[in-house]
Design a protein around this ligand. Structure first.
Ligand code: MN
Length: 321
């Protein structure tokens, strides 16, 4: 990189290059893909993060355009200072931007399988995934990759924190099992320790009934959080162990984040996300092992939803990288 230039193609403040060969594999020649992380390296404690953009929006049911999310969010990241004044901390940790996945447009399954393989490569280098969508269906890629590291090959030791206006937990959407509207059902199929849904305000009767029957789903409706956000913070403070966070940007109120695939009125305030991050950062009983932010749908540089999405990723990396 030339002095006094910048690379808008990568997330601001990311390391200049990623050389997987030089990262600390324990013994690259003798890796058993399924369990090498249990020996030598404690993946859950790793502070290394790698960004993968996923420009895919083929199953979006309303506004298209989330395929441009990775591009406009990265561009927006250059609006921030390296000193994060929200948390009074420099974003000076080394993290990587690996670029965008080669999405297979029109094929959700192939795209998610490709992403799972890409995340496996990151995990192999002890790097945790930060996924920038793209539509919400892509979350299954990193979540499957992480579940395969577990003894049971499922999520029984992993808590999923899901911020969204929608439950996304119907079994099939217009007949399709793999869709941005079914993603949390596919996650639930992997037997999470707990699925914590926050900011919910749009769902079918069938989804409501399904959730009520499950012992491992906790639900916080947006309307219940307007009186007291502390109920969700108390819940997050009580969790232990490994945690994956998935943020659908439509969890935020459309007055702050209008450019999403399915805008839904009466949502969260941007500072609610800051408060959640701060609380999770103070919870010493948890290890965050993966993060995604999805559903920003706009092709316009400087879009305010992209700016807010970039701020959320910037905050996340400031605290957890
Ligand atoms: Mn949603």
């Amino acid at each position: 990189m030339l002095f006094n230039t910048f690379e808008p193609g990568k997330f601001a403040f990311s390391a200049e290059s990623i050389d997987l060969c030089r990262l600390d594999y324990p013994d690259k020649e003798n890796l058993d893909d399924s369990n090498f992380n249990k020996e030598g390296l404690d993946f859950a404690k790793s502070k290394k993060w790698g960004i993968i953009g996923v420009p895919f929006d083929s199953t979006s049911s309303y506004h298209h355009g989330s395929r441009y999310g990775p591009t406009i969010i990265r561009e927006a990241s250059f609006g921030f200072e390296q000193y994060n004044s929200t948390f009074e901390k420099l974003l000076d940790a080394e993290f990587y931007d690996c670029g965008d996945l080669n999405a297979v447009h029109g094929n959700c399954k192939k795209t998610c399988d490709t992403l799972e393989e890409a995340v496996n490569e990151l995990i192999g280098a002890n790097i945790k995934p930060v996924i920038i969508g793209g539509e919400h269906s892509v979350s299954i890629g990193p979540i499957k990759a992480l579940s395969n590291l577990e003894d049971n090959k499922d999520l029984s030791n992993i808590t999923i924190i899901h911020l969204d206006a929608h439950r996304d937990i119907i079994d099939r959407y217009i007949g399709e099992k793999d869709s941005h509207a079914t993603i949390m059902r596919r996650v639930h199929d992997l037997n999470p320790k707990e699925l914590i849904q926050i900011g919910i305000r749009s769902f079918s009767k069938e989804e409501k009934e399904f959730v009520e029957k499950q012992e491992n789903i906790s639900s916080f409706l947006a309307k219940d959080l307007f009186d007291s956000f502390d109920i969700v913070l108390d819940k997050l403070n009580s969790i232990e162990g490994k945690v994956y966070i998935s943020i659908d940007m439509d969890v935020i109120d459309p007055s702050f984040a209008p450019s999403v695939s399915n805008p839904t009125p009466n949502g969260l305030h941007p500072s609610d996300i800051e408060n959640i991050f701060e609380l999770l950062n103070n919870n010493e009983k948890i290890d965050i092992i993966g993060f995604d932010l999805v559903e920003v749908a706009s092709d316009r540089l400087g879009d305010i939803t992209a700016v807010l999405a970039a701020k959320i990723i910037y905050d996340f990396l400031t605290l957890f990288a």
